[in-house]
Design a protein around this ligand. Structure first.
Ligand SMILES: *Cc1c(COP(=O)(O)O)cnc(C)c1O
Length: 356
């Protein structure tokens, strides 16, 4: 049976990406060689990384002056690389979940960290507002989508100091105003490609503002100067990510995919609210993620949790068990997840309600 893939990450990728990648693993075009077995400095691979960069630029409407990098180490390495390169004395962070907390911990190794607000008091089930960003901070770090808790910042905040964002789980899900950001990073494995590559978009003028010896591989400036080819980049994940970018352009780009994403999320949230068995963990509708929908059994039906998981699994749902720090269920509705899968989940929830 074909599964409906609600995994949080690594997660669903377009069929187009899987097929094109599978072909290129065997033979890239008519080169007679696998994409994994050619030089990363060959004209074939140069064309691949250039096209990937120009599609990122086009889809996200990135002005000149930004470097686009494909790095290794996952989003978690960015938790350290950001402060290594940008934290001279003090940095401001918004604490909206486990990933944000990890980023804060790493920044503490490099200087003073001011947590401007935190939603930890309510198990991160809302996005704090009304905080003040210190004007003397070197940058302000946010996590736009909190994959584990299902909250999302739906608009790009204003910041007088360079804005840095972990967009691992909502990059390419909607248009963003790039000019507001100094640096954006995203591990590929949620909405772009296979694990192993991390996309970094950095405004070049925020780099090199103070003196600190930085190991070459952790130095954004070196990667920008070498056009993301300082060393051997993750060639296969980059090739795969390029296929997703091509697919995304064919879907009509970010505004078009945003409409699809918002519809999928609205349908599922409506069902959770309608269905007497379930409730959302994020109370404020404005804070609810369109990528990761978190819900639990209503108190009086708590004991049905496992039987719903089994029932959903018998209907072909994969990956809907919630993260252990929230419990219940999480349906990740990344770009590549078709509306048909959301409708199948809703039908399963409906049928389960009828029989209980
Ligand atoms: C998954 C995730 C990460 C961690 O990514 P790795 O590539 O595994 O290091 C960081 N931040 C967010 C928001 C995530 O969803």
């Amino acid at each position: 049976m074909k599964k409906h893939n609600f995994n949080a990450g690594p997660s669903i990728l377009p069929q187009f990406t899987l097929e094109k990648t599978a072909e290129a693993v065997i033979e890239l075009g008519s080169t007679g060689l696998s994409v994994m077995s050619i030089s990363h400095r060959s004209k074939e691979f140069t064309a691949i990384i250039q096209e990937a960069k120009s599609l990122v630029k086009e889809l996200m409407d990135i002005p000149d002056g930004y470097g686009i990098l494909f790095l290794g180490g996952g989003a978690s390495l960015q938790f350290a690389m950001v402060p290594y390169n940008l934290l001279n004395r003090k940095a401001a962070y918004l604490n909206t979940g486990s990933w944000a907390s990890k980023a804060i911990k790493e920044a503490g190794l490099f200087g003073e960290v001011v947590v401007v607000a935190s939603s930890k008091d309510k198990n991160f089930n809302y996005i704090p507002t009304g905080y003040v960003i210190p004007q003397d901070a070197d940058y302000f770090h946010i996590t736009t989508n909190n994959t584990i808790y299902g909250t999302e910042m739906k608009s790009d905040p204003d910041s007088q100091v360079p804005l840095v964002a972990d967009m691992s789980s909502d990059i390419f899900s909607r248009p963003v105003d790039i000019s507001k950001y100094g640096l954006i990073y995203a591990g590929a494995q949620k909405n772009l490609g296979p694990a192993g590559v991390t996309l970094v978009i950095v405004r070049e003028d925020i780099l090199g503002r103070f003196e600190r010896p930085i190991p070459s591989m952790l130095n954004y400036k070196i990667h920008v100067e070498n056009e993301s080819l300082y060393n051997t980049p993750p060639v296969l994940p980059i090739y795969s990510s390029l296929q997703t970018l091509i697919w995304l352009k064919n879907q009509g780009g970010l505004s078009a995919i945003q409409r699809v994403n918002e519809k999928k999320a609205r349908l599922l949230y409506e069902e959770i609210e309608r269905n007497r068995l379930f409730k959302c963990t994020v109370e404020n509708p404005g804070d609810r993620s369109i990528m990761n929908v978190c819900f639990v059994m209503n108190e009086e039906y708590q004991e049905l949790e496992n039987s719903f998981l089994e029932f959903a699994s018998s209907r072909g749902m994969a990956g809907i068990k919630g993260h252990r720090s929230v419990g219940g269920f999480r349906a990740s509705l990344y770009n590549a997840l078709p509306e048909e899968s959301v409708l199948a989940l809703i039908e399963a929830m409906n049928d389960f309600e009828k029989s209980n």
